[in-house]
Ligand binder design. Structure first.
Ligand code: NAD
Length: 453
């Protein structure tokens, strides 16, 4: 069944129907219209699944996809142009250029935490590059998955965009088909499974994974602003954001002062939502239990209240957490924030390097030297200086991890590149034929050596 779907999509792409700028523009505008026409169903669904409120859901789920489409439409015609490159003297008579070619039928597997954004943002890149796509939304947000399926089916012919709903089994059945490209967003554990399937078929792929992203607060940071931006970046979406600060390291001289400010801002930003019941829910009981078990991994500075019935955990700040505690073993992916002290920058560097390469890193400091120290000496997917999570929303920046936090990148031009095969082409003249390559003997040897020295 899925093989037929893939075949129908490949046939459509290889027919050349999505080759022109006009054809791709039409698909992107269709997607934009679809998001507008089905906005209320999509927002209602994500509210049912995660209790996401309209303003936040619009900004983080639909708004980001709209801006990705707008940015792509502005530049796509230029991106699609073949890029002329130089030809060396050994290739006299030729011109060389790079052509961006669609892969064919692309499989997009999405997670549940931003179920609309993380399904449609990659789709923008796939369509812009002239591919068709099969999308597999997460089964953990079933209302959103069904709303996505309904919206797509009433908008796109299945040879261009199709939705297959289901769980891991469905996902694996799709992976067995050997699509022309796989774009996966999700956990490290499943990323490895996806990569094994990709290896079976030698399928090019992108993995957008997670990890423990640190925020570092230096002694010379603007503490109040740092606390506010960390609180917002961490606790938005109940901490279920792949690039949310996972833990904070604060210089010992400003630790107490920072902690007070973090407590104040977290309270100001989120306590009303928690009391009113409008704070984002934990996705399911399994994740709720996993997170609830972390609550006693340190001393509570703020929060700690939780309700299994409503799958709610109040934004929680922990201090005196042991580096070996369970909460520091895996990505937290919930509204609990351990805050550590450090004495020296070496301590920070050693600690961050001892953990798997993070998806994001945030440095708070007023000194360029300190900013450069952490952002240049430490390796991570991407990040911010004096802010959190905002880099993800700039379509001019590539977004992705490194190794355990991901392979490949997307957004804006990087999405177009990701979903295109770069074909290197050389066009040779037939007006003359340089004889050198056909020669042998001493003289030829001498000339060849002088050319390739
Ligand atoms: P997940 O890996 O459990 O699931 C992601 C998708 O994979 C779902 O569609 C699911 O059905 C499918 N899946 C599950 N098991 C599978 C299997 N055995 N074979 C094939 N497919 C399978 O991830 P999740 O819980 O939905 O999302 C949370 C994780 O995603 C976190 O680790 C987070 O950091 C990461 N994430 C990363 C980004 C990013 O952009 N880098 C964004 C959001 C989330």
């Amino acid at each position: 069944m899925y093989e037929t779907l893939k075949g129908v999509q490949q046939e459509y792409v290889f027919s050349g129907a999505l080759k022109t700028f006009q054809a791709r523009k039409q698909q992107l505008l269709k997607l934009k219209d679809m998001l507008q026409n089905h906005e209320s169903e999509l927002l209602a669904a994500v509210n049912k699944d995660l209790n996401k409120q309209e303003a936040e859901a619009f900004m983080m789920e639909l708004g980001t996809v709209h801006s990705e489409i707008n940015h792509t439409l502005e530049s796509l015609e230029e991106w699609m142009e073949p890029v002329k490159v130089k030809s060396p003297v050994t290739h006299t008579g030729s011109t060389s250029y790079v052509v961006n070619e669609a892969y064919g039928s692309v499989l997009i597997i999405a997670p549940w935490n931003y179920p609309i954004q993380l399904t449609f943002s990659p789709l923008v890149g796939a369509l812009a590059a002239g591919n068709s796509a099969v999308i597999k939304p997460s089964e953990l947000t079933p209302h959103t998955s069904s709303a996505i399926a309904g919206a797509v089916r009433s908008t796109f012919a299945q040879e261009i965009v199709a939705v297959v709903e289901g769980d891991a089994k469905t996902s694996e059945a799709l992976l067995e088909q050997g699509f022309d490209y796989i774009f996966f967003t999700g956990s490290v554990a499943v990323g490895k499974i996806v990569m094994k399937h990709a290896a079976e078929h030698l399928t090019p792929h992108t993995l957008e994974l997670g990890g423990k992203s640190p925020a570092i607060v230096a002694e010379n940071a603007k503490l109040d602003l740092a606390a506010k931006r960390i609180a917002w970046g961490k606790f938005t979406n109940a901490g279920q954001t792949c690039i949310a600060p996972d833990y904070v390291m604060v210089h010992e001289d400003v630790y107490e002062s920072f902690l007070k400010k973090l407590e104040k801002h977290t309270y100001n930003l989120f306590s009303k939502r928690t009391k009113e019941g409008t704070y984002t829910q934990i996705v399911n009981e399994k994740h709720f239990d996993r997170l609830a078990a972390y609550l006693d991994n340190g001393d509570t500075v703020l929060g700690g209240q939780h309700s299994k019935e409503h799958r709610l955990i109040a934004p929680t700040i922990l201090k005196n957490v042991d580096w070996d505690a369970p909460i520091m073993k895996d990505e937290i992916f919930g509204p609990i924030l351990p805050v550590f002290t450090y004495k020296s920058s070496t301590e920070v560097i050693v600690r961050v390097r001892s953990l798997p390469n993070p998806l994001a890193l945030y440095v708070f400091s007023e000194e360029e030297q300190t900013q450069a120290l952490y952002s240049e000496q430490l390796s991570f997917g991407g990040g911010c200086i004096n802010d959190t999570i905002m880099h993800v929303a700039n379509p001019h920046l590539p977004f992705g991890g490194k190794g355990p936090s991901g392979i490949g990148a997307y957004h804006g031009y990087e999405s177009f590149r990701t979903f295109s095969h770069q074909k290197g082409m050389l066009k040779q003249t037939t007006s003359f034929d340089m004889p050198l390559r056909y020669k042998s003997g001493k003289m030829a040897n001498k000339i060849i050596r002088s050319v390739f020295k």
